[in-house]
Ligand binder design. Sequence first.
Ligand code: ADP
Ligand code: MG
Length: 253
Amino acid sequence: MTAMVKAEGVHKSYGPVQVLKGIDLEVAPREVFCLIGPSGSGKSTFLRCINHLEKINGGRLYVDGELVGYRQQGNKLYELKDREVAAQRRDIGMVFQRFNLFPHMTAVENVMEAPVQVKRETKSVARERALRLLDRVGLADKAGNYPSQLSGGQQQRVAIARALAMEPKLMLFDEPTSALDPELVGDVLDVMRSLAEEGMTMIVVTHEMGFAREVGDSLVFMDNGVVVEAGNPRDILTNPQHERTKSFLSKVL
Ligand code: ADP
Ligand code: MG
């Protein structure tokens, strides 16, 4: 079976600063893959490389069997054209810590925007799907609200619906609940849990260890640009093998 994401020795530097120092990992289709680690360890950078927001400097990164951003011919790599990059990005949904909704658009308009603009869908088809997705994230009654009229948790659920509107094969979550008031976290995690149950492949950067333990199929602990420990979330959270993992977990659990 083709991995949904495969990283082989992935390196990323900003000038002289090495941020990713050879990441190897594999995410299977339908897997919920949790990524934890201290601030600055390179988690966001890794997600951004998968989603073409950053270019890697070394190694290989594949999504669903395709090299991210490149085509290989023989042993030569050719950069993909903008149109080809756009096609790869279309299949990946990303949800950030900050929801980044368009403030001048209602919830349903936010969810419709990409299918209409990028896929040239008709507004009626896009609206129908958007309403269905808002219902799915528990916001059927908020379709006409502007972001400023929604709580942070509701805005984040609109952001999830917006990512799902492009019918992605992979969803990336970068600390989706970190900016939320504690009482709003549960609703967002519930939506992510139901997505997982429906078989969505997800990479989730999170500090929610309960979510990682209950929903995660795999857990990776990253520190300082390397994978320190990887395996079953229950095993790692109850019985970490490395000092750095132990020390990190003692601070967050
Ligand atoms: P994490 O998400 O694990 O907190 P990041 O991937 O955001 O970590 O950052 C990893 C390191 O890369 C940090 O030291 C950060 O300062 C650095 N970094 C991230 N983005 C840039 C950038 N655009 N330019 C320079 N350094 C960056
Ligand atoms: Mg980050």
